[in-house]
Design a protein around this ligand. Structure first.
Ligand code: 4YB
Length: 458
């Protein structure tokens, strides 16, 4: 990894001006051209009032203009908050005032926002002069929203150094060279998308920005991609001809061994990762094998299990949660972040069992939804499955299943299939098809919203 003493795009523009930095659809853009476009946009944002440390929300689906705005706002020294365009206006109204957001920008359309927030306009044609801000790796750069299971999301604040430490850990394990191409396959408003960007910037490699539908086409010519398990399931179910794909980094949810085995059989090297927003993406990872774990901590990270809870210490840990102009502490006094994930060391590696907060009790028995999901996910028709508790006068709570599946599947058929695989208290009492309203463009389905939706169906 290069030692960066300048904005990464300026560093690579000086080192390798004509090398390809980005491929937009099929169109290559050199580092020199990228630097010119980023600086012009940064100057334009400055002209509209963005100052170092201004809070700026950046809203949109992945696109080249969104990537340019991400880099340009960094170069302004802004405190940048990427947001999911599908977030409801009511949530933004509740969230943004506490995050001290003064400006908002979207290359597409901005959602409804308070009138106190200044909307940045698309770049004007006239060129403005850039006020150069020196690169300082320790500067607070981004706020990334967590997908908290309850209440409002929290905003994990990372410096450039934190993002680069995250990149460095992954790059110690995976082979990613300047001539390689990583598809921007996950959203920039999620830490997994930003992880791709920072690995690209750390190496000076090529980033591919494309329409993601269908994924098999988007992957043409790409050597690397980050995928959540459902994306890889869908990809494997589409006809795929020749591909350049060398390595796929998986994460975000439990990764079935059967999935990586199928992908490996097609010549795709799979890496199983475990990452979190607060840690700027990947913490543990391993090359996929026959075991369900996520390997060991990457270079620079430490993990501990305390009463089954995973604790992490890492230079990629956020500086804190941003709230009303201050950073709230994120770690304990020794620097450990308590993840609320339940884990175990098995056969020399970490296995994630589930979220401590998801555990519920049914007739006195503890149900860890992820345990049941792991079993049901092996059903050949099921792409994705969630177990949520529903209130029950006799048992307190009982499990219901929500599935994303191919073809029709009844509860009876599922229970017959799972007959010898689940304990009685784990058997779902109801089955629902995952509704589109809950697929909100993020990489994850919110369990809180799932629970609410299921309660409404009963
Ligand atoms: C898991 C899990 C696992 C997370 N098993 N539960 O660059 C990457 O590392 C990447 C590549 C592909 C897809 C996603 C990623 C990520 O960054 C994922 C980061 C993430 O999901 N952050 S999060 O804040 O939204 O959620 C974190 C939680 O997700 C963890 O606390 C776990 O509960 C769960 N999780 N990886 C089982 N392999």
């Amino acid at each position: 990894m290069a030692q960066l003493n300048d904005w990464p795009w300026c560093h690579w523009a000086a080192q390798r001006p004509q090398a390809t930095a980005v491929i937009v659809e099929q169109q290559p853009i050199s580092w020199l051209e990228l630097q010119r476009q980023v600086e012009q946009l940064a100057a334009d944002f400055q002209h509209q009032g963005v100052l170092p440390s201004s809070g700026v929300a950046l809203c949109g689906k992945n696109s080249y203009p969104l990537l340019l705005a991400y880099l340009a706002l960094l170069q302004c020294g802004a405190r940048l908050l990427p947001i999911n365009p599908a977030l409801p206006a009511s949530m933004l109204a509740a969230l943004l005032p506490d995050l001290d957001i003064a400006f908002a920008f979207s290359p597409d359309e901005l959602p409804e926002l308070s009138s106190a927030i200044i909307r940045l306009s698309p770049p004007a044609v006239a060129e403005c002069q850039l006020q150069c801000l020196p690169w300082d790796a320790q500067r607070l750069a981004t706020l990334t929203l967590t997908s908290g299971s309850s209440g409002l999301p929290k905003a994990a604040a990372h410096s450039y150094a934190g993002h680069l430490a995250s990149a460095e850990g992954v790059l110690h394990l995976m082979d990613f060279q300047p001539q390689d191409r990583w598809l921007l396959s996950l959203p920039l408003f999620h830490v997994s998308g930003q992880g791709i960007v920072w690995r690209w910037l750390a190496v000076g490699a090529q980033l591919v920005v494309r329409d993601m539908q269908p994924l098999a086409d988007a992957l043409a010519g790409c050597t690397h991609a980050s995928l959540v398990p459902t994306q890889l399931w869908r990809l494997l179910s589409e006809p795929m001809t020749e591909h350049a794909l060398k390595e796929v980094l998986l994460g975000g949810a439990m990764i079935p061994v059967s999935l990586t085995q199928q992908a490996e059989a097609m010549g795709i090297r799979c890496w199983c990762g475990y990452g979190l927003t607060e840690l700027a993406s990947t913490v543990c990872a391993k090359r996929a094998d026959e075991r369900p774990g996520v390997g060991l901590p990457l270079y620079g990270r430490e993990i501990r299990l305390v009463d089954q809870e995973v604790w992490i210490r890492s230079p990629s840990l956020a500086l804190g949660y941003w709230h009303q102009g201050a950073l709230l502490p994120i770690a304990d006094e020794q620097g450990w972040f308590h993840t609320r994930d339940r884990g175990a060391m098995e056969q020399g590696e970490l296995r994630i069992i589930g979220r401590l907060d998801n555990l519920f009790f049914s007739g006195g028995e503890g149900v860890q939804p992820e345990d049941v999901e792991r079993v049901l996910a092996a059903h050949p028709q099921i792409l994705q499955v969630f177990i949520v508790p529903v209130d029950d006068p006799e048992f307190g709570q009982r499990p219901a299943a929500v599935i994303d599946c191919e073809g029709a599947l009844t509860l009876e058929a599922l229970l017959a299939w799972a007959d010898d695989k689940l304990a009685n208290f784990q058997r779902p009492i109801a089955l629902f098809a995952l509704p589109d309203v809950l697929k909100t463009g993020g990489i994850k389905i919110s369990r809180r919203r799932l629970r609410q939706w299921v309660a409404e169906q009963l």
